[in-house]
Every structure is written in C-alpha cells, then in structure tokens.
Design a protein around this ligand. Structure first.
Ligand code: NAI
Length: 390
C-alpha cells in the first residue's frame, strides 16, 4: 500500500510545457505529480498564450520569472540556473511532442510526455537513442494503468487463474464528438487535423490506452496480425477517424476485438476491458474502477473490491485508499508519476540494477503504442485488410 512516504532521495524539480488554464489534461498531471512529495512544480511554459501562462503559473505558485513564454525560453532559463528543473512534462498537442522532447533531452532534462508519444516509430527510435546517449528517462502518461486492479488482473493472468487466454475484448468509447465540429474548441480542432494529431484521431487519442493496458495484463501475448476498419462519421474529420474497430490475432491463437469511438452518442461508459480465458474471465471498467468482475465458469460470478486482503499481492501493492474508500483515476495517475520519479531517481543515482526490474511506462511503452497505430493505419488504408504486425 502506498501512503505518501518519500521513496526517492529528494523531490524532483519539475516543470511543465502545456497543460495551461484551458488545457484538458494538465490538471491530471499535477494531480499525479504533486501527491507524494516526489515533485515540486518550479517552472513552466504552460500556454501558447504567454500572458495567460504567466498568470496561470503564478496562481499555481510558480515564481513569475520561471513562467516562460515558450519551451525554448524555459530550457534556456532553467539550464542557466544551479537549481534548474530535473524533469519536464509535455502536455501539448501531439504534433509538438517530438520537437519538445528532443530539445529537453538535448538540454539534459528528463521528460514525461503525453501519448500518443510521436507520429512515427522512427521518431520514437531516435528519441530512445538520444535518451540512452544522454542517460535520461522518458516516461509516458498512460494514466489508467496506474490503477491497482489493472495489476491485479495481470497477476491473475500470470498465475493461471483464467487458464489459457482466448479472447481480448477492449472498448473505449464516448459520444463527445457525435455532433459536427462547427464552433469546436482548440482541443477538437487539433485532434481532427492530421497535421496536428498525426495519422489517427480516436485510435491514437483513446485506443493507445487500451493497447497499453492490454500489454500490461498480457505481457506474453504478441500480436500476429490485425485488421482495422475506421470511419469518419463526421465527414470533415476524414481522413482521420472518429470510430474504429480492430480485430486481432495473437501469437497463442487468442482473438481480440477492440472498439474505439467518440461518436457513441450518449455513452459515458468510457473504458471496458474483458480478458477471457479457458477457465474464467476478468473484466474492469473505469466507470466502476473499484471493482473487478471475476467470472469463473460454472460458479457464481464474483466482484472483487480494490484494497481487500483477498487480492493478490501485486493488486494490493499500489493501493492508496484502502478497501471501502474509492480508488480512481487520480490515484492511478499518482502511481504513474511515482513510478517515473523512482526511475529518474535511480538514473540520477546510477542504480541500473533497480531500473532493470522497475516497472513504469517508458519510451518502449510509448513506442509500442505508435507501432500499433502504424499497423492499424496500414490495415485501414489497404481497405481494412489483414496485415502482419510489424
Ligand atoms: P488541449 O488543447 O486541451 O491543451 C493543450 C495545452 O497546451 C494548452 O494549455 C495550450 O495552450 C498548450 N500548448 C500548446 N502548444 C504549446 C506550446 N508549444 N508550448 C506551450 N504550451 C502549449 O490538449 P489536451 O487535451 O490537454 O491534450 C494534450 C496532450 O495530452 C495530447 O497529446 C493528448 O493526446 C494528451 N491527453 C492525454 C490524456 C491521458 O489520459 N493521458 C487525456 C487527455 C489528453
């Protein structure tokens, strides 16, 4: 169980690029980072609107001279200080991730970057090589996978409690883009433009969460081939999709079906994960994140609650609230930020042995998400053909 005690040598000096007053995801980063005394927010280039960014940053408690107009000014200002930032989070639209991450790494600053990480696997490989050369960490904020019940599912699969895995059923849908984009805000505009979003809309925006979580639960399962069918129900979004289904064949013979959509009108269920084995199934959804359905064939279905002693050790280790009290997305983000802080701390101490076994969403996790997107697009663009996973 996590209780907020510090597990690293000193708090990390932390900055943000993006995540300003109008940004959707910025507060999730601060909720995650500022929980356990592992990060202190000391700098930021929070907003494309520089004046609003300064006003916002100072309201967060950041010194005015460390609220910068651009990420380039942040790098120049912070590297000139003896107490400059150790790590910066990038919470900006997709098309900026690569250049900002590259500049930060070149300046000797660890990076925590949003997903989808970059546009191409080639860019991911370039950043992985740069991070290795500079001896720096790149973390990726797949927030949901910090939830303890995700790790409970992984432990149940690893211990054979489900039997052989047969079916992987993944869904992340909502209806917030069911209408057209006339008068839409910035966050919709950049998400529906290939120049700013990349080669996908919902596949990258929400599908990458499904894919990474399934990798955590099923680390042994590799995709052999997939078929992706995508469509823009709102024609102005084409060639990007607001709806997609992906069929998957896994190396052990398992079959997968994945549905992502932002035009599932009225739907607030958000995410649902069901892993079906030869003996039993587990199912988790972030709409009731405290509960894990455990359905054993031939027995009454069970609801497992987070924080209860009957869970596996792996499912209890990262619990924060304890049974009875709600454990949710903010708690999951705190775990992601904690794990990345521990990785950065180990890097700073030169503790490669710790890093060899420490789990956190790293550059590899970000790269695999982009690889999955590239395969989905290749399939869809070939007329929804089956493609070997490359
Ligand atoms: P948004 O459009 O709502 O906010 C972007 C923020 O970045 C704004 O504050 C904007 O002023 C600022 N910004 C843009 N360019 C900048 C630059 N060059 N320098 C400094 N600030 C800049 O976008 P949203 O929805 O917050 O998404 C940001 C990123 O987070 C995207 O990559 C998105 O895919 C990801 N995301 C991840 C989520 C998760 O659960 N991990 C949830 C929502 C978004």
């Amino acid at each position: 169980m996590i209780n907020g005690e510090r597990t690293i040598q000193r708090p990390l000096r932390w900055g943000m690029v993006g995540g300003g007053r109008t940004g959707q995801v910025g507060y999730k980063h601060r909720t995650g980072a500022l929980r356990d005394g592992t990060y202190q927010l000391v700098a930021g280039a929070f907003d494309l609107d520089a004046a609003r960014g300064v006003d916002f940053g100072t309201n967060l408690g950041v010194a005015e001279e460390r609220c910068y107009a651009t990420y380039q000014a942040l790098i120049a200002g912070e590297t000139a200080r003896a107490d400059g930032v150790d790590v910066v989070s990038v919470a900006t639209p997709n098309f900026t991730h690569f250049e900002i991450t590259k500049a930060l790494l070149n300046a000797g600053i660890h990076v925590i970057c949003e997903k989808p990480l970059f546009f191409t696997v080639a860019e991911c490989d370039e950043i992985a090589a740069l991070a290795a050369e500079k001896n720096l960490i790149v973390g990726v904020t797949y927030g949901f996978t910090g939830h303890p019940l995700v790790h409970q599912m992984a432990a149940m699969v690893a211990k054979g409690m489900l039997g052989d895995i047969r079916i992987v059923d993944l869904q992340y849908t909502h209806g917030f883009n069911a209408g057209d984009d006339v008068g839409a805000g910035e966050a919709v505009k950049w998400r529906t433009n290939p120049a700013t979003a990349g080669a996908t809309f919902v596949l990258g925006d929400i599908g990458t969460h499904l894919y990474y979580l399934s990798e955590i639960v099923l680390p042994e399962l590799k995709i052999e081939k997939l078929l992706c069918d995508r469509k823009a129900f709102i024609a102005t979004r084409a060639p990007l999709e607001d709806h997609a289904t992906v069929l998957t064949h896994y190396s052990n013979g398992a079959r997968g079906r994945l549905w992502v959509s932002s035009v599932n009108a009225g739907n607030m269920g958000s995410q649902r994960y069901r892993f079906v084995g030869s003996k039993a199934s587990v199912e988790w959804s972030d709409s009731h994140p405290d509960q894990l359905l455990y359905d054993v064939q031939g027995e009454p279905n069970q609801i497992l609650h987070h924080g209860m002693p009957y869970l596996e050790a792996e499912g209890l280790k990262y619990d924060r609230m304890g049974g009875l009290h709600t454990e949710g997305l903010g708690d999951a983000w705190s775990n992601i930020y904690l794990w990345i802080a521990q990785a950065i701390d180990a890097k700073m101490r030169g503790d490669e042995a710790f890093l060899a076994t420490h789990h956190y969403p790293d550059i590899h996790a970000g790269t695999e998400g982009v690889r999955w997107l590239e395969n989905c697009v290749r399939s869809a663009d070939a007329g929804s053909a089956w493609v070997d996973f490359e």
